[in-house]
Design a protein around this ligand. Structure first.
Ligand SMILES: Cc1cc2nc3c(=O)[nH]c(=O)nc-3n(C[C@H](O)[C@H](O)[C@H](O)COP(=O)(O)O)c2cc1C
Length: 226
């Protein structure tokens, strides 16, 4: 087993240039739904991976994602844009974006600018990714998510930063799963990473695909007694 070297903070933050996403169209969020009132215990104990899903409205999904991912506090004047959000993140860098695959569009949530971006993305690559996800979870007719890290800021802050980002991805999956439960959505991670998605994006050398998931309306269990 190859051991991964520990990350080491750099004495000064290095230079970094954020990835420029190929944005075709950008829109501000319309009204977001407030998070339902539920106890932490109810959410914590209720969360289970759900593999039988129907489509949820994009509004509900965006409301849940925004609640899960948006910054609650930002470090002013910080070149690496450190922030605090519901998920843990090494160095408070939060380098992971969420891409959404609907049946017709590929979107990215820009939680910093409070905006939804429609990305330039080849249709055949989009269809191929959705088909691949459906082969993993055939009963999940939901919206597929890909977690993609821009490694520019982690690399500017740490030597050997990659393992930190993998751990961030696990923390983000847990936050997304709990938030889905809060909003009455079903959620399941997928074992596939999203490399096929990142490889289609232009100049994507600084991006790292760190996981995928599906979110939707949980199907009623067949034959369940009321
Ligand atoms: C990184 C990761 C990848 C996973 N990949 C899959 C998958 O490909 N297919 C699947 O059905 N479940 C997948 N799961 C869900 C696990 O199977 C599930 O979390 C586990 O069975 C525990 O059940 P629970 O989430 O309902 O508590 C994944 C979970 C994680 C954290």
């Amino acid at each position: 087993m190859t051991r991964i070297d520990d990350p080491v903070p750099r004495s000064d933050d290095g230079a970094c240039v954020a990835y420029r996403w190929p944005v075709e169209h950008r829109e501000s969020f319309k009204t977001l739904q407030s998070p339902p009132e539920k106890s932490f215990l109810e959410v914590f104990e209720g969360r289970r991976s759900t593999r039988q899903l129907g489509y949820a409205s994009l509004d509900t999904i965006l409301s849940a994602l925004h609640f899960a991912l948006s910054a609650r506090f930002r470090k002013e004047g910080d070149a690496l844009n450190r922030s605090q959000r519901p998920s843990l993140s090494a160095g408070a860098l939060h380098p992971i974006s969420v891409m959404l695959f609907t049946d017709s569009r590929v979107l990215r949530l820009d939680t910093d600018a409070f905006a939804l971006e429609q990305l330039v993305f080849p249709e055949d690559a989009r269809d191929a990714w959705v088909s691949r996800c459906r082969r993993v979870l055939p009963d999940a007719n939901g919206t597929f998510l890909v977690l993609v890290a821009d490694m520019a800021r982690p690399e500017a802050a740490y030597v050997n930063s990659e393992s930190l980002v993998w751990r961030d991805a696990g923390a983000m999956l847990q936050t997304l799963a709990l938030t889905a439960e809060l909003f009455g959505l079903g959620f399941c991670p997928l074992g596939i990473l999203g490399n096929d998605v990142v490889s289609v994006l232009p100049s994507s050398g600084q991006l790292l695909a760190v996981g995928s998931a599906v979110v939707g309306v949980p199907a009623q269990s067949v034959g369940s007694s009321s």
